[in-house]
Design a protein around this ligand. Structure first.
Ligand code: CAA
Length: 283
């Protein structure tokens, strides 16, 4: 199958990044969300990123215009009837995702592949609400999408080899490096990353060191580009808590219990960078 048109559902941080790299790879891309202001905000983020690339000389003004011309804003999920490949990147909520996949299965032509950018929810369960489970797959991009090379490709129990191959090729066309992972809670990225972040939060909770000191240890001692608490703020503390809960519930193992301090921050609305406060304060 030759993918020409894609749809990205969810115009937030991840969705707008995915739409940007897909349009840059030459695909026509519908950027879909429930409200016009959300898709316009997504387009503004993409335009800002592209303007920065023009200023840096990594792309020309013509290339920027060509990428923007391939983006189509949409607030109607029925537009997915034109798409060969859909990437869902909405909030990490199983009920919302299954509702979207049920609708997509109705409106998309039989050949359309339905991918989810979920960071931890089971692909097999999402696939089960459709009549095409062999065409449902996980395509987990990393934040910030235009910069990070990795895409975890998650095979659901029934994902076909053809769909896997197509998704891997698509990731490469989007200038990403695909890595194959089976469908278990947190996949690989978040199963390894989140317990480290959670442990860093326990270090704050138990008074082992300040957030600044913990981040300094991991940056200077382990060469991480960001310390774990800065990274947690950047990802969103609500997302970190949610993923820890998915791991805890999915494995039933107490080693994944979320730190009480993480719960407290989320309850207080300290969600990290996006809310202005997490382990650090942002302007
Ligand atoms: N969008 C687009 N481009 C961005 C960007 C953004 N939000 N933030 C930074 N960039 C670009 C910059 O323009 C710059 O580009 P050039 O090299 O072309 O000049 C490049 O990234 C480097 O940026 P900076 O020099 O400003 O800053 P930096 O060197 O500190 O890099 C970073 C920033 C890439 C974010 C780096 O700090 C980093 O790699 N951090 C860790 C990120 C990480 O771990 N991401 C995974 C999160 S987990 C996840 O996403 C999965 C999940 O399910 C939770």
């Amino acid at each position: 199958m030759n993918v020409q048109t894609m749809m990205v559902i969810g115009a937030g941080q991840m969705g707008s990044g995915i739409a940007q790299v897909a349009a840059a790879a030459g695909f026509r891309v519908y950027l879909n969300d429930i409200k016009q202001e959300f898709v316009e905000r997504g387009l503004a983020t993409i335009t800002k990123n592209l303007n920065r690339s023009v200023e840096k000389g990594t792309i020309t003004e013509e290339e920027k215009q060509a990428v923007l011309s391939r983006l189509v804003l949409s607030t109607d999920l029925a537009d997915a009837k034109d798409a060969d490949f859909v990437v869902e990147a909405v909030t990490e909520n199983m009920a919302v995702k299954t509702q979207i996949f049920t609708k997509l299965d109705e409106v998309c032509p039989p050949h359309t592949v339905l991918a989810s950018n979920t960071s931890s929810l089971p692909i097999t369960e999402i696939a089960a609400v459709t009549k095409r489970p062999e065409k449902v797959i996980g395509m987990h991009f990393m934040n910030p999408v235009p910069v990070m090379k990795l895409v975890e490709i998650i095979r659901g129990l029934q994902t076909s080899d053809e769909v896997y191959q197509l998704t891997e090729d698509l990731a490469k066309q989007m200038k990403k490096v695909p890595v194959s992972v089976n469908d278990f809670p947190g996949f690989v990225s978040n199963r390894v990353l989140m317990p480290m972040i959670n442990e860093a939060i326990y270090c704050v909770y138990e008074g082992v060191a300040t957030p600044e000191a913990i981040d300094e240890v991991m940056k200077l001692g382990m060469n991480h580009p960001m310390g774990p608490l800065t990274l947690a703020d950047f990802i969103g503390l609500d997302t970190c808590l949610y993923i820890m809960e998915v791991l805890h519930e999915g494995f039933g193992d107490s080693k994944y219990r979320p730190c009480p301090l993480l719960r407290k921050y989320v309850k207080a609305g300290w969600l990290g960078k996006k809310s202005g406060r997490g382990f650090y304060v942002y302007n």
